[in-house]
Structures are given as structure tokens and as C-alpha cells.
Design a protein around this ligand. Structure first.
Ligand SMILES: C[S@@+](CC[C@H](N)C(=O)[O-])C[C@H]1O[C@@H](n2cnc3c(N)ncnc32)[C@H](O)[C@@H]1O
Length: 178
């Protein structure tokens, strides 16, 4: 499953970096919603669906992208019998209307520093206890956001250690609500 997910992501390392925070959140939260903003070809979504199924608590999956939902996600949500909804919306449009509580949020769409830092504060407030927020491709940002004001603690700020972690370097940061 990891190979299939990696093969459908624009770089394999993203999928590998996503697994530890995802498993942590699914293990330590009630079965609520899991959210991915920015679906690409569906590789990271497939990994999320696989772990929802494997951990088996009944989490549901919401995807958001300005494009249609990748077929891979539609196909595997059905195979794994994971409740799934897709919102074909711009990131900021979706976040403006955010009301639901989430177990896990993976943000991999808009990568602009100022805009995504604002979005991270809004998204962070919606996480339940044990929930995790992951933001991808923060390696070009001047600073990383302090989300302590919305109750989130950084777990891994291990950004851009270069090629020691693979060709792409580590680009993922994650926070957790303790
Ligand atoms: C890097 S790809 C996501 C890759 C995916 N997470 C994976 O690893 O398989 C970025 C996606 O975000 C979407 N996107 C970029 N900016 C966006 C925005 N402002 N609002 C909604 N979607 C956006 C693009 O359409 C694209 O599908």
C-alpha cells in the first residue's frame, strides 16, 4: 500500500513523512473526521484511507481541492468502506466555513507563508484532543508559526535536513493538541 501511495504522489518522501503523525492521530483520537486539503493524484489520500481502515475505529475522510477528487481516492474509499466527502473548493473558501471537529488535518495545497499561517490558526482550533495538524512544504518559510495560542504543541519541526532523509529533504511539520 505504501508503494502504491508513494507511486501516486509527486514525491515519495511526502507519503513516508505523513505516516507517523497520521498513525499517532488516528490511534489517539475518537473516530471523527480526517481532512486533507490538496489531493494531487491521490497518493497521500490513499495512505490516509489505508490507515483509517487498518486502525478500524471508524474515522471518516474529507478531501478538499480546487480540482475534482482523484479517482484513486474515490476507488479506495469505497473498497475500504470509509465514509468520504470531497469539496471542490479553494483552500481559503473551505476554511472560511469550517465548523467540524477534526482528528487529523493535512495541509498540502496553498504553500504561501502568510496565508497558510493564518489558515493554520483556524484549522488548529478545530482539532480535538490528541489531534494532529501536518503542514507540508514549509521549508521555504522564513519562520514556522507558533500555534500555542490555539493549544497546539510542536512535535516535529525537523525541517529541511537536506538529503539525509531522502532526495527531497524533510518538508513536513506537525503539531498536536495534548
Ligand atoms: C502538491 S499537490 C498535493 C499532493 C498530495 N497531497 C499527495 O501527496 O498525493 C497540491 C494540490 O493542491 C491543490 N491546490 C493548490 N492550491 C490550492 C488552493 N489554494 N486551494 C485548493 N487546492 C489547491 C492542487 O490542485 C493540487 O492538487
Amino acid at each position: 500500500m505504501l508503494v502504491l501511495a508513494s507511486g501516486n504522489s509527486d514525491h515519495q518522501q511526502r507519503v513516508i513523512e505523513l505516516e507517523p503523525p497520521l498513525v499517532d492521530a488516528l490511534t489517539n483520537t475518537e473516530p471523527l473526521q480526517v481532512l486533507e486539503i490538496g489531493n494531487g493524484s491521490g497518493g497521500s489520500g490513499l495512505l490516509i484511507l489505508y490507515h483509517i481502515w487498518k486502525i478500524g475505529k471508524g474515522h471518516a475522510f474529507t478531501t478538499v481541492d480546487r480540482n475534482d477528487c482523484p479517482k484513486l481516492i474515490l476507488e479506495w474509499a469505497e473498497k475500504f468502506k470509509v465514509p468520504h466527502s470531497h469539496f471542490k473548493l479553494d483552500q481559503q473558501q473551505f476554511i472560511e466555513k469550517l465548523e467540524t471537529a477534526y482528528s487529523f488535518i493535512y495541509l498540502d495545497a496553498d504553500h504561501r507563508e502568510t496565508e497558510v499561517k493564518q489558515d493554520a490558526l483556524v484549522l488548529g482550533r478545530q482539532l480535538v484532543r490528541g489531534g494532529v495538524l501536518v503542514i507540508d512544504d514549509v521549508n521555504e518559510w522564513k519562520t514556522l508559526p507558533d500555534l500555542s495560542g490555539v493549544g497546539l504543541t510542536p512535535v516535529s519541526y525537523d525541517v529541511d535536513q537536506g538529503k539525509t532523509r531522502g532526495e527531497h529533504g524533510q518538508h513536513v511539520v506537525w503539531w498536536k493538541r495534548a
